[in-house]
Design a protein around this ligand. Structure first.
Ligand code: GLA
Length: 394
């Protein structure tokens, strides 16, 4: 992994010049502990920022271009800042272009610059590599726009919203706010209890005495995830419309209590839509209970809620798939693993488990071996460190 000086040296190799005007910004990926597919239903989520980040070296220029390169890819793009709307279909660099475009539309002064990305969040693994890319891009451009006197000091919640908008409108993924919010607002050793209806939030110290958060990467790339994701979202909207016949005041599925859902569920005509809504309603409850359990230091209760979340995502929301299910099954067989679930959008990607300190080594070797035996794919594991949100590294 490159350190700050290594990244600057690489930057100079690509773009020339010297180190004096090169700056470094960084924004993390996230792991969601519980509260899945609730964010776009106005519900609760409980993510934490990771120490794996999208870090950039950047220098202002007067070329009229945003030139983007990455340390781990051969691709390079040059974005003309007068034509930012025209890069939707490029295969790499569209997240960056989308953010710049949305910011320009919102009145930011878009500064020409050269950027080198260095990403340590694994791609396509459900740990929000795209949010990390977007948030760091938005932070760079907002910082420069502020220095140019065009806009106020960067506001991280605003940048999370801009990044989400870019992903929705420019990249075609109808995602919620969780990933970008966690990437922008993360805090070391804390999880964020976020209410996605009004974006009120609370940092909760992640003190898992005697336990670690272990991320298991199935290394099964998500397939068709975007279309299935958008389909789930549409099914939730349909369920809400029908529930509104009984509960007209509900603005989103999160406004429906479990009791209301049970009384009104026959209004939802389509079986799949009913299952999706059931997941969302009960998942929101599980987040609230999880935050309570953690406050009381009841890790076992928290672990059980995580496992219940996985079962609901498997049976009702149907976004897990064989690889995630096998990894969770194998994880729960290990003594000392008190909870395990998929994290992120699903359809492949990662699991998150709570594992006793003393069992972490066995967990990694046994789950690794058994998962590989059953799926033919070697997994990866990360003992997660909870890091800070987007920032300039001075
Ligand atoms: C993806 C999306 C998020 C959220 C999760 C599922 O990570 O980007 O907005 O919906 O899936 O919880």
């Amino acid at each position: 992994m490159l350190d700050k000086n290594g990244l600057i040296a690489k930057f100079i190799e690509i773009y020339g010049g010297d180190a004096s005007d090169v700056r470094i910004f960084s924004s993390p990926g996230r792991v969601n502990l519980i509260g899945e597919h609730t964010d776009y239903n106005g519900g609760f989520v409980f993510p934490a920022a990771l120490s794996q980040c999208s870090t950039v070296a950047v220098r202002k220029t007067d070329s009229g271009l945003i030139r983007v390169a990455a340390t781990d890819l051969p691709d390079r793009v040059s974005l003309d800042i007068t034509k930012l709307g025209e890069y939707k279909d490029i295969s790499w660099g569209n997240y960056q272009a989308g953010v710049a475009y949305v910011m320009q539309q919102a009145g930011y002064n878009i500064q020409s610059c050269d950027i080198l990305y260095h990403d340590t969040v694994p791609f396509g693994a459900g740990l929000s590599s795209s949010a990390a890319i977007e948030v760091v891009m938005s932070l760079v451009l907002a910082t420069f726009s502020y220095e140019n006197g065009a806009t106020d000091k960067p506001n991280m919640i605003e940048l999370a919203k801009i990044s989400q908008k870019a992903e929705n409108t420019y990249c075609g993924v109808n995602c919620g706010i969780m990933d970008q919010f966690a990437s922008a607002m993360g805090r070391k050793n804390h999880a964020i209890f976020l209410d996605c209806k009004d974006l009120s939030f609370k940092y909760v110290p992640l003190e898992l005495k005697g336990y670690k958060v272990v991320i298991g990467n199935t290394n099964k790339k998500r397939s068709l995830a975007e279309s299935k994701y958008n389909e789930r979202r549409a099914q939730c909207e349909e369920a809400l419309e029908q529930l509104k016949l009984a509960y007209p005041e509900a603005e989103c599925l999160r406004d429906i209590t479990a009791e209301q859902f049970e009384n009104g569920k026959t209004l939802i005509l389509d079986d799949l839509c009913r299952m999706r809504a059931e997941h969302v309603v009960y998942e929101c409850d599980r987040v609230l209970k999880s935050v309570e359990a953690l406050a009381e230091g009841d890790l076992r209760a928290f672990g059980s809620l995580m496992t219940a979340s996985h079962i609901s995502l498997r049976d009702l929301y149907e976004v897990t798939g064989t690889h995630l299910d096998v990894m969770v099954e194998e994880s729960l067989k290990i003594e000392g693993c008190i909870g395990s679930r998929m994290t992120g959008a699903g359809f492949g990607g990662c699991t998150v488990s709570i594992v006793a300190d003393s069992a972490v080594e066995t967990f990694i070797s046994e789950v690794g071996k058994n998962y590989e035996e059953r799926t033919g794919i070697a997994p990866s594991f990360y003992v997660s460190e909870v890091g800070d949100g987007g920032r300039e590294i001075l």
